[in-house]
Each structure stands twice: as C-alpha cells, then as structure tokens.
Design a protein around this ligand. Structure first.
Ligand code: HAM
Length: 526
C-alpha cells in the first residue's frame, strides 16, 4: 500500500472523557447554575464569604490534615512531582532500568558511567537551584555518591548478593530524590481553607471567619453512579476562637435551609459525637478489645481494621456483621464530660432551630481531622452513594498545620449527588428555549433583523437570529424545534410598512406591531 493510501485509511483517534470524569451539558448546566446561585444567596444570608482556592497543593498538606493512613490520601490522590528537569528525569529512569536489567557484578561497567553522569547532573541542578535543596535531597545525593564509590571498588571476588543489595539501595536512593515539590490535585478543600486561614493571618479578622467554596475535587475512586474521580463540592467552614455548640447547629441549619430552598427530597440528617483527644483513644481501645473477642465472626476488611482503625469497622455495610456491630460499645456512653456536655448542647441548639436529626452512633467519617460533632445528610434517589453532605468539627487542625490554636467546623456537599437527586425527583429544567426566533428574508430585512435582535437582547429576551436567509416555512420549523415562544417575521413588506409580524407559536395566532409596541407587548407577555 502506498503511503498516501495508508494515511487515508488511518482514522483519527476519537477521544473520550477520562474514566470517572464527565462533561456537564446544557440543559443540565442550568440546574448546576441554579444550585450554585442558591448557595451564594443562602450562604450570604448567614454571613459567609466566598473563598477561591487552588486546585493543587503540596501533597504533604493533605497527608497531614486528612491523614496519611486514610483511603483518600493513601490510595486516591492524583500526585505528581512538579518540575521541568526532563533530562535529569530521563537519565534517572534509564539508570534505574539498567540497574534492574544488569544484576551480575560483571555488569558494573555498564551501570556505573550512566549513574555517575546522573549524579553529576543532579549536583549541577542542585547548585543551579532547580533541584530542591531539601535535607532529604542532600542526604540522598551523598548516599548515591557513596553507593557509586562502593560499586567502583568492586572486584571479581565481590559476592553477588553484596552487589545486588548495593544496587537496590542505589535504585531506591535515586527514586527517592525529589526533582520538584510533590503536589496533589485536591481531594477535598478543608485543608486548603485552613492553609489559607494561616497564610493570610485571618485570626486577626473579626472572629469567627466564615468561608464557603465551590469547585472540583479529585479522588481516584472506583467510578459508579454518584461517584466520580472529578466531582464537585460546595462546602463551608467556620474558623475562630470559639467552639460554641450554637456554631455547630447554625452550620447545620444553613445546609438544611439550602436543601430546603432547592426542595431536595427525602433529606435526612444524622449526627454523632466522636469525642476528643482525651476520650476517643480510650473508647477506641475499648472497641478494639470488644472487636478482638468477635474477630472470627468478622470479614477480612473489618479484621484488618481492628488493628489499623477500629472506628472504621462501625462503617461496615456487610450484612453478616450488622448484628455484631449492634452489640459493640457505643461512643456516646464513653465521652468525657466536656464532650458529652458539648454534644447535648449541639442537640439542644438544633432543636431550638427546628432542625430534625437522627442520632447515629456509627457515624465516624473517613477523614482524620474530625473531633466531637460529625454529621452526614442523605437524600432520595441516590442508591448506595446516598451521602449528599458530610461534615464535622475539627478543632486543632489549624494548629496541626502550623497555625495558632483555632476551632473549626464545616461541611461539604457532593454537588453531583445533589443534582442527581434533584433530577430524580423531577426538578430538572427543560431544554432552554428562546423567547423570540427572528425569521427574516431579504437583505433589507436582514439589517432590520440584526437591529431588532440587538434591541430585544438589550431588553433581556433570548433571541435566535439565523445567520443565513431561510424560507419562512423552514424558519418556523426551526423556531419550533428550539422551543421558541414567538417568531418575529421580517420580510420586505414588514420593513417598508414599519409593521412587524409576531407569531405566537403555541397557538399559531399572528398580529402586527410597530417596533415600540412590539417591545411593550413582549415585556407584558413574557
Ligand atoms: P467527604 O465526606 O469526604 O468530606 O465529602 C463530602 C461529600 O462529597 C460526600 O458526602 C459526597 O457527597 C461528596 N463526594 C465525596 N467523594 C465523592 C466522589 N468520588 N464522587 C462524588 N461525590 C463525592 C469532605 O470532603 C470534608 N472536607 C467535608 C468537611 C468540610 N468537613 C468539614 N469541613
């Protein structure tokens, strides 16, 4: 086959959105906009201001705040080294491949020159300030140098294992070298809000500081209905010096009012208190001891969690474990006095606000920063992924991130799930129609049509102005398809008479108007 023929047959690749991501299209985006507009309005009535945050942050921020052992941080983040040291990176990969391929002491002559070259370049980049001069990088470069010195002294008599051990160490040291800061796409935004609070000295502002945000988050989870890898949250945080139970209650009241305004169906609020640094560890030990007694009756996941994080066993949905879990000790019976008082006051404050809740002692949440109040809200039509909002108190998180002692509480709503639930209950908007479709014929009418479109749009009507002339029949068909309410008919006659024909598409009736009368008529009827 000639080159030309081959090219002709080669079909261009069709691209698709990456698994777990999706396009949001009209008319659905109108619902997204309505939801977001409602959030702006409702949150403003509670005195919250919007914060816009970066999409990526140092990985370390999330590891410290959310917890390095959590699923989110240990398995689900999109993480990469942010650098432009491409040459050095390639050299490193090539060197590592050599080390993996050539495993006999006699191959040292192949491995060494390339690895030395890598080391020389890495040192140059460190001096030039492109390779981060961190204690870890300086340590690793020294280790790599000593590994290479050792390999250079090898003789034929060197035992194979010694050679291989040293090569593995060299490989690990090379891999661990950070070519640039390690950053992650944000899996959530509470950590970023706390980082911003510290960075901008917000403790000097009138307290508490009330912030909200909306935007995409990223978690590499198994995609399914209501669970995506790029998903959207609407969240709010209150930061400051007070942990008054009324703050917890007001934050919850706000999110409930927001859902109410959207007429979200089947809303159920569950609350719990998971104690504090003093009482929780004691409860966790008690729970662990109780779990150990029934270990053989639990599934493998829960068995593992007895060691790693016994609280997460309470989250288990496994049918066979439900009876066992129901008999486990409950945290509410083991809260310290301060936590018990705080929890009772939060419930009282919710009642004062007429917020209906259900207590769920098994609500523990999957992020490490929580203490005391935790809550989740579910809604109708979502199947297994039915949590539409999650939140709680996180006193001490700002301190953990290097800031002043600060109390905090907040929530995040899963906007994708919120939209799904609204759609399931028939709250989706119809296709966006047009107010007026301008059917024009002839050059003179075109000029008039352009002017009419401009004036109507200025007056706030949505107008479709076809770019090329169409026969009136076709134009009216098009107007119908677009769901236009009116067709404005402009031909030679209309232009010369100064009387424009307006057709009401619902009933086919027609009337003639002068230009100002037409505007007044539309204003009245639309
Ligand atoms: P979270 O429970 O991890 O909490 O997420 C909050 C909500 O985000 C969930 O209830 C769910 O609706 C939605 N969501 C989470 N992952 C996904 C996903 N893969 N696909 C679709 N929706 C998802 C937080 O993120 C905390 N930062 C909330 C918070 C703010 N706590 C205090 N302040």
């Amino acid at each position: 086959m000639s080159e030309g023929a081959a090219k002709k047959e080669e079909k261009p690749r069709k691209f698709q959105a990456i698994r777990g991501t999706r396009d949001l299209l009209p008319p659905e985006t109108a619902l997204w906009n309505r939801v977001e507009q409602t959030a702006h309005e409702v949150f403003a009535t509670f005195g919250f201001g919007e914060i816009r945050l970066p999409i990526f942050e140092p990985t370390e921020l999330f590891a410290r705040a959310v917890g390095s052992e959590t699923d989110i941080v240990s398995k689900e983040m999109y993480t990469f080294e942010d650098h432009d040291l491409h040459e050095l990176n390639l050299r490193r990969s090539r060197s590592i491949t050599d080390i993996e391929l050539f495993t006999e002491p006699t191959s040292v002559g192949i491995i060494l020159p390339y690895a030395k070259h890598f080391l020389t370049e890495a040192k140059q980049e460190l001096t030039a300030g492109k390779l981060p001069r961190t204690p870890s990088n300086e340590f690793l470069l020294a280790r790599i140098e000593s590994d290479l010195d050792y390999l250079a002294t090898l003789t034929d008599a060197t035992p194979r294992d010694a050679f291989r051990d040293r090569c593995s160490e060299l490989r690990r040291n090379m891999q661990a070298l950070e070519l640039g800061p390690v950053i992650s796409l944000r899996p959530e935004a509470t950590a970023s809000v706390c980082r911003a609070y510290i960075e901008h000295n917000m403790q000097q502002l009138p307290q508490p500081v009330k912030l909200y945000y909306l935007g995409p988050m990223f978690r590499r989870e198994r995609p399914q209905k209501g669970r995506y890898r790029q998903f959207y949250q609407i969240g709010a945080e209150v930061l400051g010096g007070s942990d008054a139970p009324a703050i917890d209650a007001e934050v919850i009241e706000m999110v409930m009012m927001f859902f109410d305004r959207l007429e979200l169906q089947g809303v159920q609020l569950e609350i719990n208190s998971i104690g504090c640094r003093d009482c929780r560890p004691k409860y966790v030990e008690l729970l662990r001891a109780a779990l150990l007694k029934v270990k053989d009756k639990l599934g493998p996941d829960s068995q593992r969690r007895i060691e790693t994080n016994p609280l997460r066993v309470l989250d288990s949905k496994l049918e066979s474990e439900q009876g066992i879990i129901a008999r486990l000790p409950r945290i509410a019976d083991h809260l310290c006095e301060d936590c018990a008082t705080h929890y009772a006051a939060v419930k009282h404050q919710l009642e004062m606000r007429g917020v209906i809740y259900r207590e769920n002692w098994r609500l523990v949440r999957g992020l490490d920063y929580y203490m005391r109040t935790t809550f989740e809200i579910t809604a109708k039509g979502l199947g297994s992924q039915n949590a539409v909002c999650g939140g709680g108190r996180y006193d001490g998180l700002v301190e953990l991130l290097g800031g002043p002692p600060t109390k905090g509480i907040g929530f995040a709503i899963g906007e994708d799930r919120l939209i799904l639930s609204l759609q399931e209950s028939g709250k989706a908007p119809a296709q966006q129609g047009r107010d007026v479709y301008i059917a024009w014929m002839g050059e003179r009418a075109h000029a008039t049509a352009i002017r009419a479109a401009k004036d109507l749009r200025k007056a706030g009507f949505s107008v479709e102005l076809p770019p090329v002339e169409q026969k009136f029949g076709k134009a009216l068909g098009q107007a119908d398809k677009l769901g236009a309410k009116y067709a404005l008919i402009l031909g030679d006659n209309e232009v010369s008479e100064g009387l424009w024909t307006l057709k009401t598409l619902a009933d086919g009736s027609q009337a003639k108007y002068t230009e100002p009368d037409l505007l007044a008529h539309l204003r009245k009827s639309l």
